[in-house]
Design a protein around this ligand. Sequence first.
Ligand code: 1PR
Length: 546
Amino acid sequence: MPTVHLLDYAAGNVRSLVNAIEKLGWQVEWIKSPDEVAKAQTLILPGVGHFGHCLTQFANAGYVEPVKQHIRSGKPFMGICVGIQALFEGSDENSSVPGLGVIKGRLERFRDDEKSVPHIGWNSANTSLKGEESVYGMRPDSKYYYVHSYAVPYREGELEKDGWTVATAKYGSEQFVGAVARDNVLATQFHPEKSGAAGLRVLRAFLEGKQSQPLTKDPHSASTKEGLTRRIIACLDVRANDQGDLVVTKGDQYDVREKSDNAVRNLGKPVEKAQQYYEQGADEVTFLNITSFRDTPLKDMPMLEVLRQTAATTFVPLTIGGGIRDTFDPETQRTVPALEVATLYFKSGADKVSIGSDAVTAAEQYYASDRTLTGKTAIETISEAYGAQAVVVSVDPKRVYVSTPDSTTHNTVETSMLGPSGEKHCWYACTIKGGRETRDLDVIQLVTAVEAMGAGEILLNCIDKDGTNSGFDLELIRSVKAAVKIPVIASSGAGNADHFAEVFEKTNVDAALGAGMFHRGEWTVKQVKEELEKKGLMVRRFEEDV
Ligand code: 1PR
């Protein structure tokens, strides 16, 4: 098997990259010290998270000169995400830390006046080479998975005059550098290992040294329009049934037991279902371990194996939720910090972790201490180590009706879904332990607190809507979107394709998630996307495997 070397210099959830490389028939060897760089023929510099943090680790470990030497020598080199950022002169994310300066230019933060930051989702990589040639397999009709807050603004001709071929993407009105290539160097801001078949094609072209190839058109692929697509996420609530098997289940307002015999509703096997949704074109897959509040020995955490198996064949982002908190391990009698729990998941193939109950507790403490950030919460420690984009907060709110907004101190919305006594207003109370306990904290308080702590995305459920197939709670979504700048995923209530269209057309939500309608086989993700396209909403189409 041919070998590719990966540079191991900072904490990062790089399991997915290893999986993708292995899927393409290559084996990975890690470079663990600067003197080993010289032995690499083909070198990849991965990187996720904070520019300053990554580049400082990189420089302190003594990698700057050996990597520059590798690049100068003409041997194949690829940088991914922070790995492309490292090649530029610097980044506004931390102006005191220099980049390698291989390419002229600096990274700037996306403006968040009209859009969410980080930029998360599937966007283009349109190369400046016109005509029938593709650079490292990148196609103008494919979409690639990006997740970042800083980018190099694209200014026509500037990089090209130094011989770089540039692939661009557009976020809102900002056009930025999605990838660059010159001689032996390829670098991508997007994650090829998380970009389905389109990304694997780029990775393979790099590994095989095929810098330019004739452009072949995929008859099934989407339009060549630049920009972010509407993101559709399939969510799998997972728990053990009464026989002890892990099953995908789905509740009605969080009650997952059948009315007839009280058995846990069994809608399939987690790994199979995830694979199925990947093949239907799901842009992400989320697993929620819904009975995680029970203490389990760490080594028996059931979702680790589910993730390992799923990540080996499913090349889109995977999120895992449930039990991400400081955890008492009954076997070792030790309290394991949340960061360590998250690390186990990242090493098993997760790209993001989703925090539910613990985020509520952390937000309560934040307000009780006059908005003090301790740096010790699960959100803060994981965000610091793996980057904000790796931390999702899953919110489980429930409506509390009030007659007038001033009868409560909480943030209310005016609602068209009247309360039991005809109330026209409600606030959304946060719950913990899968809706079993309601807290005196409203959803706006929660999301603004976790944004301040460094969460990168909100997964916004709604207990009143969960499993009802009656559409998303647009009032809730609008109020949360107005309160935060980080992306928000709408969840709970999807019953058909029109509900997805409605939430994208009537709110500015960033992504939408469905569970029951997919599990029961009433709709496939592909069908939902086809309906969205008919309404003029841009989606990513599934591409056949490489
Ligand atoms: O609190 O950090 O341990 O995390 C537990 C996680 O498990 C939380 O993210 C919480 O939302 C989730 N959870 C706990 N109990 C349940 C339950 O259903 N009994 N599921 C549960 C939450 C919400 C979504 C669901 C959407 C869409 N389920 O996962 O998929 O509502 O459903 P639909 O499209 O069928 O309407 P912690």
